[in-house]
Design a binder for this molecule. Sequence first.
Ligand SMILES: CC(C)(COP(=O)(O)OP(=O)(O)OC[C@H]1O[C@@H](n2cnc3c(N)ncnc32)[C@H](O)[C@@H]1OP(=O)(O)O)[C@@H](O)C(=O)NCCC(=O)NCCS
Length: 178
Amino acid sequence: MSARTRPSQIAPLPRPHGPGGLRPRPMQRTDLPQVAAIEAQIYPFPWSIGNFDDSLTAGYDCWVFENDDGDLAAYAIVMWIPDEVHLLNLSVPARLQGRGIGRTVLEWLCGNAVARGARGMLLEVRPSNLPALHLYESSGFARIGVRRRYYPAAEGSREDAWVLFRTFGGSDPERDDE
Ligand SMILES: CC(C)(COP(=O)(O)OP(=O)(O)OC[C@H]1O[C@@H](n2cnc3c(N)ncnc32)[C@H](O)[C@@H]1OP(=O)(O)O)[C@@H](O)C(=O)NCCC(=O)NCCS
């Protein structure tokens, strides 16, 4: 995470609509084998453990979220650029998906970014990733551009990325990512 505001005490999140609360904490290098194992299970083209290690080295906000059972229930990587945040990774283990964890974590990340002065959040998503698209569009993100052939896809092909932005506080984003 960036050094600008690391709270010494991180409050638990409100309970998602399944059982159990969620507690955010900065990701540690000791988390990386578990994070990379989850990543490999839920993405066809996962980040490597080296990608997560690089994110820690770069000083990105790297969060893990634990539930009441002490399980790793979500993780997220956020980059500051510099008055916006770029959500690079938001993931929930397969067995815990569809219980409100992703939405709860996304709202917490947005609240954290607002509290630290961000004017909005940017992210890329595969148009084929309907669960993620539904989450983002129902959480106030709007499509502002397309990055052509951005992601690797099946059989050596490429898939576009849709660029989504959520404005914090009302002003319209002025960007051209086409
Ligand atoms: C996308 C992801 C983070 C969502 O987290 P989650 O905990 O499963 O999602 P939630 O239970 O909070 O649901 C939030 C919204 O997502 C959508 N959603 C979740 N699962 C869905 C599914 N199987 N099909 C369609 N929409 C779905 C719904 O709109 C839901 O809203 P609702 O609560 O009004 O129904 C999670 O599914 C995940 O990690 N997927 C694999 C990795 C990934 O694709 N990450 C995003 C990369 S951009």
